[in-house]
Design a protein around this ligand. Structure first.
Ligand SMILES: [Zn+2]
Length: 300
């Protein structure tokens, strides 16, 4: 299929001028490797008008949006595409208030849909960091920092970050994970999910990393006020300014979504030409996420 490339909004509107064009784009993506019935799993069927497919086995008619993160989108598909475009191509975070105004939808509606887009931006965990990887923890929200050592201010959200550098010390990729505390147990998942066993990991002298040395190649260096970890601190500052507009009393689930969005874009800064389509691929292959599910997660 012909995929949309680039970051030019005028081209974007020209290529995807209305809901129908977006539906056609979605249908092409969804069934590019053939049809599989969402109800019975049968792989034979025929195309129907309106970019739908009918299963030969159970007669179920499936729309292009069914079983994707566009499932039951409450406003037009073109607006949904535009939100994906904005979120995947702009370098600043856009609030749901702003997004609502821009596309004439309620702020709450925009917010829920934006959470779905962020969900598509979660890492697949298929490509662990493999070169030089600097790991550190940081906090967001709460009072300003200035104290030495680990902070235990409960209003602050804690996070751990892994930044991959090449041998010229240029930043390649990063992952950020929300954590409850700085224990080894809380620090382990970012290693398991995002750091390859062959990576050369560097941390500061925090004892929480000690037990991980059994599995990973970890060198612990004195931080010397961050001078040894310059690149890491550049990214931490970027994450913090990314989150500046966001209330800090949000849940860990919620803050993880913002981390995922930040890392998704950072990790694709060399592949901006195809970032919209890549996001779309993820929107299509991820299981639907319903407003009721999000409400439930947030109420726990
Ligand atoms: Zn079927």
């Amino acid at each position: 299929m012909e995929v949309f490339k680039g970051q030019n909004i005028l081209n974007f509107i020209k290529e995807l001028p209305d809901d129908d064009a977006c539906k056609a784009y979605l249908a092409k993506m969804k069934w590019q490797d053939g049809f599989t019935c969402g109800k019975c799993g049968h792989t034979k069927g025929c195309e129907k008008a309106g970019y739908k497919y009918q299963c030969y086995n159970c007669q179920h008619v499936e729309s292009a949006t069914a079983n994707t993160l566009f499932h039951k989108v409450k406003f037009g598909l073109q607006k949904a595409f535009c939100i994906v475009f904005e979120m995947s191509t702009s370098s600043k975070s856009i609030s749901s208030i702003q997004m609502g105004k821009r596309f004439d939808i309620r702020q709450g509606t925009a917010w829920y849909f934006m959470q779905k887009v962020r969900t598509s931006m979660e890492s697949s965990r298929q490509y662990p960091l493999s070169e030089i990887v600097h790991v550190d923890e940081f906090t967001v929200g709460g009072k300003e920092e200035g104290k030495q050592g680990r902070s235990y201010d409960s209003k602050k959200k804690k996070a751990v970050i892994a930044v991959e550098l090449n041998n010229k010390h240029q930043i390649k990729r990063a992952y950020v994970k929300s954590i409850e505390d700085y224990s080894s147990k809380s620090l382990t998942p970012i290693f398991e999910e995002h750091i390859g066993a062959g990576a050369k990991v560097v941390t500061d002298k925090w004892r929480g990393y000690e037990p991980l040395k059994k599995t990973y190649n970890i060198e612990q260096k004195l931080s010397s006020k961050g001078k040894n970890f310059k690149e890491l601190h550049i990214i931490i500052m970027q994450v913090k300014s990314w989150l500046r507009a966001i209330p800090t009393h949000v849940s860990n689930w919620h803050i993880q979504k913002y981390f995922d969005e930040f890392c998704f874009r950072l990790n694709r800064s060399q592949a901006k030409q195809t970032i919209f389509h890549k996001t779309m691929e993820k929107m299509v292959t991820k299981k639907p996420l319903y407003q009721s599910q999000i409400k439930q997660i947030l109420s726990v």
